[in-house]
Design a protein around this ligand. Structure first.
Ligand SMILES: Cc1ncc(COP(=O)(O)OP(=O)(O)O)c(N)n1
Ligand SMILES: Cc1nc(C(=O)O)sc1CCOP(=O)(O)O
Ligand SMILES: [Mg+2]
Length: 429
């Protein structure tokens, strides 16, 4: 943000001391909320740029000042070899995001599907920075903005670790936006997107652990050793079958078990989960989660407070909190939780004296929550559809215990529930 002609001139003098071959300018002139951050006179000194990157409202000012009424001493864009990218991401009501690229000679339309998210704060600055980085790596102007479709097709066949190298600025922004679409930070009309999210994910995945993806809550399997013992299987066998049947996240909820046995079971379940890319959380026992380096924990209202858990586990681990009211949901968000477990939606025999809040109680929490929610309590294949049909955007899935583990075949039951959830999801969308 260069708010005055004087500041631009100082910057220009400083840059003149270096052998700079290109300058990318992203004029921060009007904020998203409409405040003018730099006056139109600033445009008179931007002609030193090699690449001009602007969104539509800023571009209108640019046009008005530089093209429509050019003072005689000012050169045209073409004769200065300036490239212009006009970004259409701010245009409302369009299913596509359309940018216009102009190299002083040819105009190109760069069209991609719009990613629906409120987390767009910071995309403009990141795009301009990416273009600068691509130019520094030797790309042409157009390549810096958008990689050729043929190159992108070839990239699909590449191993994950090499894929990023083929991504020019627009592709990078699109994938970062996609990865950040469900981040919840702050209350403003726009949330920040995280340009490093994808990098962090890749780094974590390569070390075997997971970042939190709310879609992981889709089919949440919660173990119960009494039930598994009754059917003659170990915790590990139960977890393996649930994952093979389509469980998307596992919680070890092993009450009345010796700590040593719990830790051993957690370690072997973690191995299975990691090999399938499924996160593993530990119920109640922060010590066990830390000892086995689980992906996170789930705590209730009378367990260790979530903010203390967060300070013990650090920023990367997943923390879920049980909530029955909007007030508890708000507190969980303040405490730094990643998701809410909300129930009991229906009566259950698995947890003694559990208050049933019904579908209405679930909906009230979902509508108030800033965090993704998973429904729990008495859910099975016959009523899971009605849970998803409350159609609350924050509701991401269902968590179940007896429906999977108090049955003879965990694999069959998980597959069955998975297909019920898939059908319900396609109805709700
Ligand atoms: C996903 C999920 N939601 C809620 C709970 C219940 O946690 P809590 O209230 O702490 O009760 P216990 O499970 O510890 O008996 C959960 N475990 N998982
Ligand atoms: C562990 C748990 N927590 C609940 C809550 O309401 O917070 S209900 C519940 C038990 C869920 O078991 P089932 O799927 O067998 O009904
Ligand atoms: Mg608990």
């Amino acid at each position: 943000m260069l708010p005055s002609v004087g500041i631009v001139k100082v910057l220009r003098q400083s840059l003149a001391e270096f052998p700079i071959r290109g300058l990318v300018v992203d004029p921060v002139m009007v904020s998203t909320s409409g405040d003018v951050l730099a006056g139109p006179s600033i445009l008179t000194v931007f002609r030193y740029a090699r690449f001009f990157c602007s969104n539509v409202p800023r571009q209108l000012m640019f046009n008005a000042q530089l093209f429509k009424n050019p003072p005689p001493e000012r050169m045209s864009v073409a004769s200065q070899n300036i490239n212009v990218l006009v970004k259409g991401g701010d245009l409302p009501d369009s299913s596509d995001a359309i940018d216009i690229f102009f190299d002083g000679d040819t105009i190109l339309e760069l069209r991609s599907s719009r990613i629906k998210t409120r987390n767009t704060h910071g995309t403009g600055c990141t795009l301009a920075s990416c273009i600068a980085a691509e130019l520094a790596k030797g790309s042409s102007m157009l390549q810096a903005v958008k990689v050729h479709a043929s190159k992108r097709l070839a990239a699909n066949a590449m191993p994950r670790s090499q894929k990023q190298n083929t991504e020019a600025a627009k592709c990078f922004i699109e994938s970062a936006l996609d990865f950040s679409r469900d981040i919840v930070i702050g209350n403003g009309p726009q949330g920040p997107f995280d340009p490093l999210l994808r990098l962090k994910r890749n780094a974590r995945n390569s070390s075997g652990t997971h970042g939190f993806d709310p879609s992981d809550l889709f089919l949440y399997a919660v173990t119960d050793s009494r039930m598994n013992k009754r059917w003659g299987r170990s915790i590990t066998e139960a977890v393996k079958a649930a994952i093979e049947g389509g469980a998307t996240i596992i919680q070890l909820r092993e009450k009345n078990i010796e700590t040593l046995n719990f830790l051993e079971a957690a370690k072997s379940c973690l191995e299975i989960c990691r090999s399938h890319g499924v996160p593993l959380l530990i119920n109640d026992r922060i010590d066990v989660a830390l000892a086995c380096d689980a992906d996170g924990v789930h705590v209730g209202q009378s367990d260790m407070p979530a903010h203390v858990v967060r300070s013990l586990l650090g920023p990367e681990k997943i923390i879920g909190v049980s909530c029955k009211t909007p007030e508890q949901a708000e507190q969980a968000w303040i405490d730094g939780a990643n998701y809410l477990g909300c129930g009991g939606v229906f009566p259950t025999n698995t947890k003694a004296n559990n208050l049933t809040i019904g579908l209405d109680g679930l909906k009230a929490v979902c509508l108030a929550s800033k965090l993704p929610v998973v429904a729990i309590g008495g859910i099975d294949a016959t009523n899971a559809g009605s849970v998803l049909e409350i159609n609350a955007p924050k509701l991401k899935g269902v968590a179940v215990v007896s429906t999977l583990f108090d049955r003879e075949c965990v694999l069959t039951e998980t597959r069955n529930l998975h297909s019920v959830l898939m059908e319900a999801t396609s109805r709700v969308r």
